[in-house]
Design a protein around this ligand. Structure first.
Ligand SMILES: Cc1cc2nc3c(=O)[nH]c(=O)nc-3n(C[C@H](O)[C@H](O)[C@H](O)COP(=O)(O)OP(=O)(O)OC[C@H]3O[C@@H](n4cnc5c(N)ncnc54)[C@H](O)[C@@H]3O)c2cc1C
Ligand SMILES: *[C@@H]1O[C@H](CO)[C@@H](O)[C@H](O)[C@H]1NC(C)=O
Ligand SMILES: *[C@@H]1O[C@H](CO)[C@@H](O)[C@H](O)[C@H]1NC(C)=O
Ligand SMILES: *[C@@H]1O[C@H](CO)[C@@H](O)[C@H](O)[C@H]1NC(C)=O
Length: 603
């Protein structure tokens, strides 16, 4: 029986590969050679000219092929791929700067990334790196960070225990085993699972590409389970899988250290496994800051005849005879209608289906069914701190810190999210600390003598909701409440970085009611929550780029997973669906070619 299964798995992989290779039609995506590297450090004005092109009805080119709503990484990726393949694209962004969660902003002279802390899997000739090179003409440069990626601290004060995470194809596992000598077997098993979940993730992606009836059949009959255990891991909660491997709560916490608001007992094992694996081949940061990403992708889109306009809030998606045919941009009193045969929304499923579609369509059963298994993710609370002092003076490095009050994330989260509004700020169970200026090799030149720290935690929107419309009279109460969170978070961070306190020049806090103006419903910047229900295989199959509305497609983090890598994959899946051609074929073949070339060079 075992051999039969191995054969089946091998056969399916082989058949797919051969099919792709022999009959898979190629597009011209990876055909052109890339231009050599342009100037690295451009002025803010040069960047702004690209990132802040204001909406103008008269400037819109005629005969658009595609309109993209929202300029997050997912929307830009889809737009760039389609532009390169000859489509006339227009990206419309409601904010005054393009880039979505890849934006940077200034606060009292300090430059902060809105959300970017690091990206994995962009080592040379990885699929993600190949994709970035394709959509930026190889202009986007990543700096590899120190191998000491993360420090996890469990507990406070004298009792606190520290674990360190190092990147490295083999070293990550070896280093963890050293710290958990009694659980070496469990660590090994965990790495096996993360490897399966990462390497076989395309099997989950394929569910979104197959016709839904076919996906239903192979899932219902259990055929998929004969092919790979990844389907089982998708169905299982992270907590259950961990419990079956080890009783060591510290190890469990280290495994779940990427806390994004969904507790291990409510999250699919696949998502935690993929996150855990993400930095195995190194952590990376774009040289020049996060906004380099949209800057280079937009330049690429423009070079291929596309346009990206800001201050262009889309208020409606136009639907005629059941098919999307354009959008309305509403600015103040003026409404501009723009038509195109394809509309892509990167504004998230909830905005798309509950706000932008015509009201009578929002309530149609097919639309309701798309949202049935999805719920909003939790909000983030962010603290942006700026210091007068160099990295060396302050004793910081590119290592992230993840502090947990204790080693039971499930119980901590239950208690915390059950807190009253009054008690919540004193009950924060975890914080994440990152030092962007230590990650960017250009930061020393760009901002001499300055250092930045960003800290975040997860919060409940309801704690802040009463101030969402912020009448001036209530502003003080809101500020006070917000600063209770901010100060507690900052104090906790200072326990580990005592030199920071006296050098602090800026302490800026952002709560779910003012999430940088990104338009996320109820502060849910990650859009749909990554809970167990979302990641049930049938629900993975159901959440796809195509929608019940003809010619309306989704891109970005809701299509596959959140994270910058997730948003890029959302963009690739979206462009593939629009074109009716699986662009992964071209990217994979190109990647293989580059790998062969690299190994020849080595010989
Ligand atoms: C605090 C925080 C930290 C994070 N850190 C990391 C990290 O270190 N590494 C990592 O991999 N991931 C991280 N993530 C996750 C990652 O940022 C996201 O998953 C990813 O950026 C989502 O990209 P997107 O394109 O789907 O959406 P977004 O970037 O959110 O883009 C959506 C865009 O649509 C626009 N929009 C919305 N409505 C309209 C409208 N009606 N008209 C026009 N435009 C509209 C918005 O203004 C926005 O620009 C983090 C997320 C958060 C919140
Ligand atoms: C989380 O999981 C627990 C037990 O596994 C379940 O009782 C609870 O309803 C879940 N909560 C959510 C929000 O899904
Ligand atoms: C939540 O809070 C209520 C009231 O404060 C309490 O009765 C209940 O036991 C708490 N539940 C959890 C899971 O902590
Ligand atoms: C930090 O430096 C700026 C500019 O040099 C100065 O205005 C500010 O007062 C300084 N703040 C602190 C806390 O040293």
């Amino acid at each position: 029986m075992r051999w039969l299964l191995i054969f089946l798995g091998w056969f399916v992989d082989w058949a797919r590969g051969t099919y792709w290779y022999l009959v898979g039609k190629r597009s011209s995506l990876c055909k052109t050679t890339q231009s050599s590297s342009g100037p690295q450090d451009v002025s803010q004005a040069t960047k702004d000219a690209v990132l802040r092109q204001e909406f103008s009805r008269d400037a819109i080119q005629a005969n658009l092929d595609v309109i993209v709503i929202g300029s997050g990484l997912g929307g830009l990726t889809a737009a760039a791929l389609l532009a390169k393949l000859g489509k006339r694209v227009l990206v419309l962004e409601q904010m005054d700067q393009a880039g979505g969660l890849c934006q940077s902003f200034k606060e009292k002279g300090f430059d902060f990334d809105m959300a970017f802390h690091g990206l994995g899997q962009v080592h040379e000739n990885s699929l993600l790196k190949v994709t970035f090179d394709q959509i930026t003409d190889g202009q986007l440069k990543f700096a590899e960070l120190e191998p000491h990626v993360d420090t996890v601290v469990i507990g406070k004060g004298q009792e606190a225990k520290k674990y360190t995470i190092y990147s490295g194809k083999r070293n990550m596992e070896a280093h963890l085993k050293k710290q958990f000598p009694n659980d070496a077997k469990a660590v090994e098993e965990l790495f096996k699972i993360t490897k399966i979940c990462t390497e076989k993730i395309h099997m989950l992606c394929m569910l979104k590409v197959f016709p839904l009836w076919f996906a239903r059949v192979i899932l219902a009959t259990g055929i998929v389970d004969l092919i790979s255990p990844i389907f089982k891991y998708a169905r299982s909660s992270t907590a259950d899988v961990l419990r079956s491997l080890t009783a060591n709560k510290d190890l469990q916490t280290v495994f779940c250290r990427f806390f994004y608001g969904c507790s291990p007992k409510n999250a699919s094992c696949v998502i935690n496994a993929v996150l855990f694996h993400h930095f195995k081949r190194g952590a990376f940061y774009p040289k020049g800051g996060a906004s380099e990403i949209p800057y280079h992708i937009i330049k690429f889109i423009q070079r291929h005849g596309g346009q990206v306009m800001v201050r262009a809030p889309v208020s409606d998606i136009l639907v005629e005879k059941g098919a999307a045919c354009g959008v309305t941009v509403t600015r103040g009193d003026s409404e501009v209608t723009i038509n195109a045969p394809v509309v892509i929304s990167n504004a998230g499923v909830f905005n798309t289906f509950q706000k932008l579609l015509p009201p009578e369509i929002q309530t149609q059963p097919e639309i309701l069914e798309c949202l049935q298994h999805l719920k909003l993710s939790r909000g983030f609370f962010q603290v942006f701190a700026g210091f007068n002092g160099t990295q060396e003076e302050l004793g910081i490095t590119s290592t992230n810190f993840r502090l947990f009050k204790n080693n039971d994330i499930d119980a901590m989260a239950d208690e915390y999210f059950n807190s009253s509004q009054e008690a919540a700020p004193d009950n924060i169970p975890m914080i994440y600390i990152s030092f962007p200026s230590a990650k960017d090799p250009n930061a020393k030149d760009r901002f001499p003598g300055q250092t930045c720290m960003v800290i975040h935690t997860i919060v409940k929107y309801e704690w802040f909701e009463q101030w969402k419309d912020l009448p001036a009279a209530d502003q003080k109460a809101y500020e006070d409440y917000k600063m209770r969170f901010a100060n507690n978070i900052f104090d906790w961070a200072c326990e580990h970085f005592p030199k920071l306190r006296e050098k602090v020049a800026v302490l800026h806090a952002v709560s779910p009611i003012n999430m940088h103006g990104l338009g996320a419903p109820r502060g849910a910047m990650l859009s749909a929550d990554h809970d167990l229900e979302r990641d049930q295989p049938l629900n993975i199959a159901k959440t796809r780029s195509s929608t019940p509305i003809k010619n309306l497609y989704l891109s970005g983090q809701d299509v596959f997973s959140n994270g910058y890598a997730g948003a890029v994959h959302g963009g690739i899946i979206c462009a593939s669906t629009v074109l009716g051609h699986v662009l992964y074929i071209d990217l994979m073949l190109h990647k293989r070619k580059l790998k062969e070339k690299a190994s020849k060079k080595l010989d």
